[in-house]
Write a protein that binds this ligand. Structure first.
Ligand code: IMP
Ligand code: MG
Length: 179
């Protein structure tokens, strides 16, 4: 698997340092309150596991599924969101946890879905942000790293469901992107 990597953008050490900072920031900003973290599957699973353990607050952790890519590195522009959410967000302090904010189509749809259910507050936390790619007027309240405009894998992010288990963020060799 590691032979498929062209270069590493964010190392394990950089990631763990940044996650500790984010966890501390969220812990301080929500001090004295309970929070709900909504992880957007599947890409969030590594980030949420690490971040949630750096947040020293009573936290409810739930998941939603959303997908817009399928087996491709180009967004389809259409988001499939699981709208029948099986948890209550009313009057809760909610943070949506995403692997990457790219065009913003996915998070715009999810944000609208959660807002309709009346949370006390709602913020967005994205591990990576590719601002150059944005189609929707959306920004993250918490961001791990600003990511260059390249398709990246690792730390939960996939290409055709592979490479999620790489412990860092990397760009694949160009020949690995063609199916
Ligand atoms: P958006 O709706 O265009 O913002 O796309 C968000 C989703 O697309 C993310 O949750 C990822 O699953 C996927 N995605 C966007 N960019 C990348 C990338 O560089 N690598 C892997 N997945 C990506
Ligand atoms: Mg994906």
């Amino acid at each position: 698997m590691k032979d498929d990597i062209e270069r590493i953008l964010f190392t394990e050490e950089q990631i763990s340092k940044r996650i500790a900072e984010l966890g501390e920031q969220i812990t301080n900003e929500y001090a004295g309150r309970k929070i709900m973290l909504i992880g957007v599957l599947k890409g969030c699973y590594v980030f949420l596991a690490d971040l949630s353990r750096k947040i020293n607050l009573e936290s409810e952790i739930v998941f939603l599924s959303a997908s817009s890519y399928g087996f491709s590195s180009v967004t389809s522009g259409k988001v499939n969101v699981e709208t029948n959410i099986g948890f209550e967000v009313k009057d809760k302090h909610v943070i949506i946890i995403e692997d990457i904010l790219d065009t913003g189509v996915t998070l715009t749809a999810l944000h609208a879905l959660v807002v309709k259910r009346g949370p006390a507050s709602l913020k967005i936390c994205a591990f990576l942000d590719k601002p150059e790619r944005r189609d929707m007027p959306l920004t993250a309240d918490y961001t791990g790293f600003i990511c260059p405009n390249e398709f990246v894998v690792g730390y939960g992010l996939d290409y055709a469901e592979k490479y999620r288990n790489l412990p860092y963020i990397a760009v694949l060799k160009p020949e690995k992107y063609g199916i």
